[in-house]
Design a protein around this ligand. Structure first.
Ligand code: PPE
Length: 305
């Protein structure tokens, strides 16, 4: 259960948690056209809280809305400010932020063009794939669900309706006793997990599926690419075959919610030594240092409150 906070930002104002409701004929509820974001705010070492890569997330929210042909009734700067306001009003020093852009009620039918509405909620969210997952790695399974091709779903958008496929894949993995599903694209290449981008390490070299493929362009993925390069690690974006996961020295996944999580098993095969690998640990440590302000991040990665 999500712990209740006092306020949610809805259409330009903070409203009481109980008052943050919509009508049953809300268009997005029926047809899935909408966009959302997931952003984390962390406690930092100097006692302040900081939102990680806020501007990049807000930019992607606007990109997603554009992909959905939904005009945004606010500027990016207004949504940046609204996110900050929402965290402040939550009283939480670290939290997960969920901006949601949706079509309101009014007309029905696929052709309806109702006004775009925006909500932002904040809640406390611990380790998405568990503390043990962060420390020792998770068990993943290649999904029976395929990641839709790049002209079937607009993969660069974080679009509400796209998540049906992810939720089904996640439920299938959980029902099978695994913690996460890894989806292949229509050609059989590794695409991404239900809510994370995927990485493989072999002989000290790192690879991840290319931005242009059937993946969400993860902001954590972008951060990890930058950190790996800063660490002097060779990293490429390329096609990855399913069995490259099996024979990798290390596999890890990353996302705002999952942060940097090692994968210790794929399809019941132990990866490397069957626990968190050394390079994964280095990237993970560095990521947590950056989000918590221990290590100076790249300019503008932290928005201090
Ligand atoms: N791929 C997918 C499909 C995805 O949903 C996410 C985020 C990512 C990659 C990583 O993107 P980024 O957060 O920008 O690094 N998934 C969100 C879902 C969490 C949820 O269960 O809800 C997230 O991590 O916030």
């Amino acid at each position: 259960m999500v712990d209740k906070v006092s306020k949610i930002w809805l259409d330009g104002h903070l409203v009481d948690w109980e008052a943050a409701n919509v009508h049953l004929l809300t268009h997005t509820l029926h047809y899935g056209l909408g966009a959302f974001e997931g952003i984390r705010c962390y406690d930092t070492t100097d006692g302040r809280s900081a939102i990680f890569r806020l501007r990049e997330h807000v930019r992607r929210l606007f990109d997603s809305a554009k992909i959905c042909t939904m005009p945004m009734p606010y500027s990016q700067e207004q949504i940046v400010d609204a996110c900050i306001e929402t965290v402040r009003a939550s009283g939480l020093s670290s939290c997960y932020l969920r901006p949601l852009v949706f079509l309101g009620d009014g007309a029905m039918g696929l052709g309806a063009v109702n006004p775009t509405r925006v909500a932002i909620a904040a809640w406390k969210w611990g380790a998405y794939l568990g503390e043990e997952g962060l420390a020792k790695g998770i068990r993943a399974k290649i999904s029976s669900f395929t990641r839709p091709g790049i002209n079937m779903q607009m993969a660069k958008g974080k679009v509400v309706g796209h998540y049906v496929n992810s939720v089904l894949a996640k439920r299938e993995a959980l029902a099978g006793g695994y913690q996460e599903a890894i989806l292949l694209d229509a050609e059989g290449h590794v695409a991404e997990a239900s809510g994370e981008n995927v990485w493989v390490v072999r002989d000290g070299k790192v690879a991840t599926p290319a931005f242009g493929g059937a993946i969400l362009g993860g902001i954590t993925r972008d951060s990890v690419l930058t950190l790996l390069r800063e660490m002097g690690v060779e990293v490429v974006e390329r096609d990855i075959a399913r069995d490259e996961l099996y024979i990798a020295d290390e596999v890890f996944m990353c996302g705002t919610a999952a942060e940097v999580t090692p994968v210790r098993e794929v399809d019941d095969r132990a990866i490397g030594t069957g626990t968190r690998g050394p390079l994964t640990k280095r990237v993970q440590d560095r990521y947590f240092e950056v989000v918590r302000g221990v290590r100076p991040p790249n300019p503008e990665w932290l928005t201090y409150l």
